[in-house]
Design a binder for this molecule. Structure first.
Ligand code: SF4
Ligand code: SF4
Length: 162
């Protein structure tokens, strides 16, 4: 199934860095698969890691040699279509940076419910930190998740709330 068939981005539609880069440190994953006139991801990246070639309607491409995983693009993407993945540390867990526009914001240490791209509950995670920058727009919630869920966990729900 593809995004155009059921409205949910499938793993096959996403570009990931190679194994070496994945182990090196955090990186951005762009899950933007629909051609729309939009480019804040490319224009905001301080390291020029994202490009949109030709028409503004083209899909963004990322250069993983340049991406530092800083998260600026995550908080400026109006489509909430970019995530940060950090699977560089040994152990059973990794971190996913998720754009989050509900209030109140979760707090560091809070346990949250992990949801996949289709909104299905897939387990629990713990909030590591919340990045809220005056210059950027959408807060980014960094959540510690089981390693096997790092490529699936794309939304969070607070216990008893949103
Ligand atoms: S995470 Fe930072 S360095 Fe990587 S693409 Fe986004 S803005 Fe650029
Ligand atoms: S800013 Fe977001 S929605 Fe717009 S082109 Fe970039 S990834 Fe896609």
């Amino acid at each position: 199934m593809s995004y155009l068939e059921n409205g949910i981005v499938s793993p096959e539609e996403i570009t990931l860095p190679d194994e070496k880069r994945r182990k090196k440190g955090p990186y951005a994953v762009i899950e933007c698969v629909q051609r729309i006139p939009c480019d804040p991801c490319a224009s905001s990246c301080p390291f020029k890691a994202i490009t949109i070639e030709g028409s503004i309607n083209e899909l963004p491409k990322i250069n993983y040699e340049l991406c530092t995983g800083c998260g600026v693009c995550v908080s400026l993407c109006p489509g909430l279509a970019i995530f940060i993945i950090d699977e560089s540390k040994e152990g059973e867990e990794g971190i996913v940076g998720i754009p989050y526009e509900f209030l109140p914001l979760p707090e560091a240490g809070e346990e949250v419910i992990l949801l996949d791209r289709g909104g299905k509950e897939i387990g629990k995670g713990k909030v590591e930190r919340v990045k809220k920058d005056k210059k950027t727009k959408t807060p980014v919630v960094y959540v510690r998740v089981p390693r096997e869920r790092i490529m699936d966990a794309r939304f969070i729900k607070r216990e008893g709330g949103k």
